[in-house]
Design a protein around this ligand. Structure first.
Ligand SMILES: [Zn+2]
Length: 146
């Protein structure tokens, strides 16, 4: 610990300077300041939490915990009737709106044409395979639909 008054280098544990007798500030002050800062910050955080999070009823707690209902419609079960509504030229998103997202089976890009093949499982041993070119339905196949 270097004395502020006479620059004497004192051993760390002394309370008074060996050169001039002035009191030596404890080295732990810096740590204490940091700790005080942390405690202060925590106190502010707790205060803010208390102010923001007002006491709530059980119903309110449940309402908060329950996610808001999702507005999107549940895709229809893929039946032959639904399959017949899949028209050439439909966009993939329009198809997804009807039967939900498909499983991408392959993708090929050549000469400005992007071809993507999707498959949907439609129950036991039933499936729908659709081919899109540049985002438009160009071919449809189904197996086992009723
Ligand atoms: Zn001194």
């Amino acid at each position: 610990m270097i004395c502020k008054h006479c620059q004497t280098d004192n051993p760390p544990a002394v309370f008074y300077c060996s050169g001039c007798g002035a009191p030596i500030p404890k080295k732990s002050n810096a740590v204490a300041v940091i700790l005080l800062g942390l405690v202060g910050f925590a106190a502010v955080a707790v205060f803010v939490a208390l102010v923001t999070d007002k006491p709530q009823t059980a119903q309110e707690a449940i309402a908060r915990a329950t996610p808001a209902p999702v507005a999107t419609e549940k895709p229809q079960k893929i039946t032959l009737a639904v399959y017949e509504r899949l028209e050439m030229g439909m966009s993939y998103s329009a198809v997804v709106a009807l039967i939900g997202p498909g499983r991408e089976m392959g993708r090929n890009k050549a000469a400005g044409y992007e071809t993507v093949l999707y498959q949907w499982d439609a129950g036991l041993l039933a499936s729908v395979t659709l081919m899109f070119q540049n985002g438009k339905l160009i071919q449809r196949n189904q197996f086992g639909l009723r």
